[in-house]
Design a protein around this ligand. Structure first.
Ligand SMILES: CC(C)(COP(=O)(O)OP(=O)(O)OC[C@H]1O[C@@H](n2cnc3c(N)ncnc32)[C@H](O)[C@@H]1OP(=O)(O)O)[C@@H](O)C(=O)NCCC(=O)NCCS
Length: 341
């Protein structure tokens, strides 16, 4: 039995509901067409386009660090939301390519945008941004924050083996951000999320750095692992298991597939996007994010970047219902329906 306190503890008081108030993104300047990669992996532009739908991607230049890209995207989201950095009570950065074990990237980003709120990173790979939205929504409704800045940012080229035939053509760099804040009506549905850790080695990091430095002590060696992926196994899992999660998310949101306006799956591979849409029996009227064609797979940044582009191009309109679903290494996934700001 719990002890009776002399005075009851105050409880946090949150907003009735949460919503995404604004989005921003940053795309690196350098466009890298397939033709630039094919020699190193004995491939062709045709093969890459046919297997992935990727025509070109963006790779960051030296000055386009994870911090730089995250801050640029964050500034865009703050401006779109009409919220200042000082109003941000928490910054959540989803990333796997901030190559410093500590400190996290989030406090540096918070400082740059003028926030002294809580700041921490989330490591859920490609599913990281949707994890961040889930946390932000609960924080706003639970009373631990009024405005939360959620950022997905990756500089995957730092952990990419450009000679790996199985992954060199997929991954790229960029950042996307959203401000989540209070609302009178629901703007973010319950999140459906989970993991399948038995498949942790489907997408992981090579241990070749051990050979490179001849020791398990990687600290200070300047050598770090690179991404490696069992492409076929990931493809099958994503195409079918994630279509089921998409349906569960619509059920959790209390809407039918015909109510949906926009579908923003993680931009992993165009064939996975198409397979999911087919399995879900997505109506032709639903606009589907296809940012991958010119941006490649930016892991944690892919969902906010894709949604932001759809808003900029008028494909997603304010008030639309959008299903976000992200999945990747872990294996981890998270999905929610949001009202487009
Ligand atoms: C990576 C991926 C494009 C590879 O396609 P795939 O059809 O599975 O390719 P496979 O490895 O089975 O190889 C098929 C053939 O293509 C060849 N091949 C493999 N990589 C190649 C490349 N980069 N260029 C040209 N040919 C290639 C293989 O040698 C094989 O040839 P064969 O049939 O003569 O033996 C695909 O598996 C994929 O997109 N998976 C999902 C990855 C993903 O989305 N990851 C991110 C999740 S967050």
């Amino acid at each position: 039995m719990s002890k009776v306190l002399p005075v009851p503890l105050a409880i946090p008081v949150g907003a009735p509901h949460a919503r995404i108030m604004g989005l921003g993104s940053y795309r690196p300047e350098r466009v890298v067409p397939n033709s630039e990669l094919v020699d190193a992996i004995d491939s062709s532009d045709e093969w890459i386009q046919q297997r992935t739908g990727i025509k070109e991607r963006r790779w960051a230049g030296e000055h386009e660090t994870v911090k730089f890209m995250a801050v640029e995207a964050a500034r865009g989201a703050l401006a779109a939301a009409g919220v200042t950095g000082e109003q941000i009570d928490a910054v959540v950065v989803a990333t796997v390519s901030h190559l410093m074990q500590t400190p996290a990237l989030a406090p540096m980003v918070a400082h740059e945008v003028g926030s002294t709120g809580a700041a921490f990173d989330v490591s859920a790979a490609c599913a990281g941004f949707c994890h961040g939205v889930a946390l932000a929504s609960d924080m706003v409704r639970g009373g631990s924050a009024r405005h939360v800045l959620v950022i997905g940012v990756e500089r995957l080229t730092d952990i990419l083996d450009v000679t790996d035939r199985g992954s060199a053509f997929i991954f790229s760099d960029g950042a996307g951000a959203a401000v989540v804040g209070p609302n009178d009506v629901p703007g973010i549905s319950p999140t459906v999320w989970g993991s399948d850790g038995e498949k942790f080695d489907f997408i992981t990091q090579t241990e070749s750095w051990r050979d490179a430095i001849g020791t398990e002590d990687v600290a200070g060696s300047g050598v770090h692992p690179v991404l490696t992926m069992q492409g076929n196994a990931v493809f099958r899992w994503a195409s079918f298991a994630m279509a089921k999660i998409a349906q569960e998310t619509l059920d959790a949101a209390g809407i039918g597939i015909d109510d949906l306006d926009v579908f923003v799956p993680h931009q992993a591979n165009m064939r996975i996007i198409d397979a999911m849409a087919r399995t879900m029996k997505l109506p032709a009227s639903v606009k589907v994010a296809r940012d991958i064609a010119t941006q490649g797979n930016t892991s944690a940044a892919s969902v906010p970047m894709a949604l932001h582009r759809m808003i900029e191009q008028g494909e997603a309109r304010s008030g639309d219902l959008a299903l976000l679903i992200a999945f990747g290494a872990g294996l981890s996934y998270a999905a929610q329906v949001v009202v487009v700001p």
